[in-house]
Design a protein around this ligand. Structure first.
Ligand code: MF3
Ligand code: CO
Ligand code: CO
Length: 262
């Protein structure tokens, strides 16, 4: 990621990002019923690609710096950037993060969720619940005048208090017509540090939280990142826009909107 300046989007552009974000959220909802024992990650990928095209959009990951598939599927000890594969079959008790990024009219909607395949172990359930809460606590820090470091601090405080660790090697990012741009959003750090958050900024918050060590290694395929100790890792991601008085989650799914208004 080059150290470009942070671009503030106009309300017209945020409208475009809203459309892309909505399609990304709908895509995750559409894929959810496929997450069952016996299904391959390639089948999920192919259905995502088909649905994306049917909706007049493009899959940003496909061909991005040579990434070979349309979505990322990261199972159990895989931290991120897992590559869908016909031989990789979901089994009961797995956790799988599905990360989608459709491009709608040039703008990217980037979101992911960790799903349970069948019945999770208590540890897996706890890790996934904590990771979702980490993302939401990070988002809750976003408002004009706060600092980017406040986001990571809130995430790290909660994750570590629950006995888990925060991945350092991958961060959230500015997103618009460009998939990955400034600012970088670390999911660890210190309050009061980093650039000031301003209305019109659009970026992702996508904490990867590990059961054991935060350290990762990348496999020989140059993409798949796994935990060094092979323990579990979970992730959630939303694309958010900074408004005049707070934050708008551009990739909110219906299930989350219902929880919020309840
Ligand atoms: N969607 C991922 C992110 O959240 C990026 C995937 S890049 C790919 O930033 F090339 F692996 F697809
Ligand atoms: Co992202
Ligand atoms: Co993503």
């Amino acid at each position: 990621m080059a150290p470009e300046n942070i671009v503030l989007l106009s309300s017209r552009e945020i409208g475009k990002m809203r459309q892309a974000g909505r399609l990304a959220a709908e895509l995750l909802d559409y894929l959810e019923p496929m997450v069952k024992p016996g299904v391959s990650t390639l089948e999920i990928n192919d259905e995502a690609e088909r649905w994306t095209q049917e909706h007049g959009a493009k899959s940003a990951p496909l061909g991005y710096h040579g990434f070979p598939k349309s979505i990322c599927t990261s199972i159990n000890e895989v931290v991120c950037h897992g590559i869908p594969n016909a031989k990789q079959i979901l089994k009961d008790g797995d956790i799988i993060n599905i990360d989608v990024t459709p491009i709608v009219d040039g703008y990217h909607g980037d979101t992911s969720k960790t799903f349970f395949v069948g019945t999770p172990s208590p540890k897996a359930k706890q890790l996934v619940d904590v990771t979702r809460e980490c993302m939401m606590r990070g988002i809750a820090e976003v408002k004009p005048g706060a600092r980017i470091g406040d986001i990571g601090a809130a995430i790290q405080e909660y994750a570590e208090a629950q006995g888990f660790s925060v991945v350092r090697d991958f961060v959230g990012h500015g997103v618009s017509k460009i998939f990955h741009t400034a600012p970088q959003i670390p999911h660890y750090g210190n309050r009061g540090r980093g650039k000031r958050i301003r209305p019109g900024m659009v970026f992702t918050i996508e904490p990867m939280i590990n059961e054991g060590t935060w350290e990762v290694k990348v496999l020989a395929d140059k993409w798949t990142a796994i935990t060094k100790d092979r323990k579990l890792s979970a992730q959630f991601e939303h694309t958010v826009a900074v408004t005049e008085d707070g934050v708008e989650i551009l990739t909110l799914r219906e299930e989350e909107a219902l929880v919020k208004s309840a």
